[in-house]
Design a protein around this ligand. Structure first.
Ligand code: HEC
Ligand code: HEC
Ligand code: HEC
Ligand code: HEC
Ligand code: HEC
Ligand code: HEC
Length: 179
């Protein structure tokens, strides 16, 4: 009798446990507008239980190329990550973007004037990612270059730092540069 339950338990637990060891923890989902989103299997198997069918294949097909590309608007309506990230089961897709789309401070190397630092934290408190990416800046470090003259003409930081929307690039050198 003891063994029967052991066998039943093994049949239930083994497939998930074995699969959980074999699968890749991190799945990288390319997103042109923001840079890649990294989804962690391990963290989710902790959060929702070692239960593959809670996502596969009803929410995400295990054959990645069968998944359509979802927008944040789709997710806000309960598709893709939004099936759980709705503010009830897990933090909402409408809240802290940087929990899924990581951002960091960017340092522009400027030997002549001192390095210039751009803070995502300050700016994402004011703007959505799409207001800068990919229109003003490709979301890749070092793929955007501009001179101060070009900025004064409205490019790069100068798209907003024009003395109107935000302090001008024509002055305030030391607000951006470590001089
Ligand atoms: C919380 C949701 C969730 C759970 C639970 C989950 N997965 Fe996934 N899985 C995903 C997502 C999201 C992707 C990526 C889909 C995409 O890129 O379109 C994925 C992708 C995969 C892939 C394809 C990886 C690749 O790079 O091609 C495999 C294989 C996979 N999962 C196996 C499993 C197995 C086995 C389990 C159970 C142990 C499991 N998953 C549990 C969400 C989940
Ligand atoms: C729960 C995780 C999660 C959160 C929170 C989240 N996103 Fe996303 N976002 C994704 C994933 C995953 C994709 C890619 C989906 C795909 O390729 O199917 C994506 C795609 C996008 C895209 C490209 C598609 C589109 O809608 O135009 C933009 C832009 C975007 N996110 C911005 C944001 C912003 C802004 C926020 C905060 C308001 C945010 N995201 C919050 C996971 C998230
Ligand atoms: C089956 C439900 C479910 C789905 C689908 C799901 N999540 Fe989650 N996720 C959770 C739960 C539950 C937590 C933990 C509770 C919390 O943090 O609010 C979590 C936590 C997270 C975290 C914080 C932990 C970590 O790994 O850093 C991130 C980031 C995240 N999810 C991203 C995503 C992305 C991106 C997608 C879509 C590709 C997704 N999730 C789809 C349920 C889900
Ligand atoms: C006010 C403008 C602005 C906003 C808003 C903004 N970014 Fe950026 N982002 C930048 C600039 C500037 C760079 C640096 C570009 C360079 O080095 O050429 C950058 C670079 C990046 C990079 C590549 C660098 C790295 O860390 O790997 C990613 C990814 C990125 N941003 C994601 C996001 C996401 C996600 C959001 C929304 C949560 C966002 N950004 C909002 C201006 C912005
Ligand atoms: C809003 C922030 C900001 C302000 C204000 C600003 N800069 Fe810059 N500056 C930058 C960034 C960012 C770069 C690097 C751009 C790149 O590499 O694409 C840069 C590049 C430069 C460069 C190298 C490119 C070139 O034009 O020769 C010099 C020199 C420079 N700044 C001097 C100044 C001086 C002098 C001032 C004040 C009159 C000033 N900057 C004000 C952000 C700023
Ligand atoms: C989409 C518009 C926008 C773009 C593009 C933008 N900024 Fe800003 N930035 C703002 C606004 C708005 C503020 C806050 C108002 C103000 O301080 O005038 C701000 C504030 C700042 C501050 C002050 C931060 C603080 O701690 O108070 C710095 C420094 C800065 N930006 C640097 C940059 C640099 C460097 C770039 C280019 C790489 C850039 N910004 C691109 C809109 C923008």
């Amino acid at each position: 009798m003891k063994y029967r339950w052991l066998i039943v338990a093994l049949l239930v637990l083994l497939p998930s446990a074995v699969c959980a060891r074999w699968i890749k923890d991190q799945v990288v989902m390319p997103v042109e507008a923001t840079g890649p989103v990294v989804f962690s299997h391990n963290n989710h198997l902790e959060a929702v239980g070692k239960n593959c069918p809670s996502c596969h294949n009803a929410i995400f097909n295990i054959v990645v190329k069968k998944n359509p590309v979802f927008t944040m608007a789709d997710m806000a309506q309960g598709k893709s990550c939004g099936a759980c990230h709705n503010g009830t089961r897990a933090f909402s897709v409408k809240d802290d973007c940087s929990l899924c789309h990581p951002t960091r401070d960017i340092v522009f190397k400027v030997p002549d004037a001192g390095d210039a630092t751009f803070s995502h934290e300050v700016h994402t408190g004011l703007y959505g990612c799409g207001e800068c990416h990919p229109g003003i800046f490709k979301p890749a470090q070092g793929k955007n270059t501009a001179t101060m003259t070009e900025m004064e003409g409205g490019r790069s930081c100068g798209a907003c730092h024009d003395g109107n929307t935000a302090f001008t690039v024509g002055e305030n050198c030391e607000t951006c540069h470590a001089m």
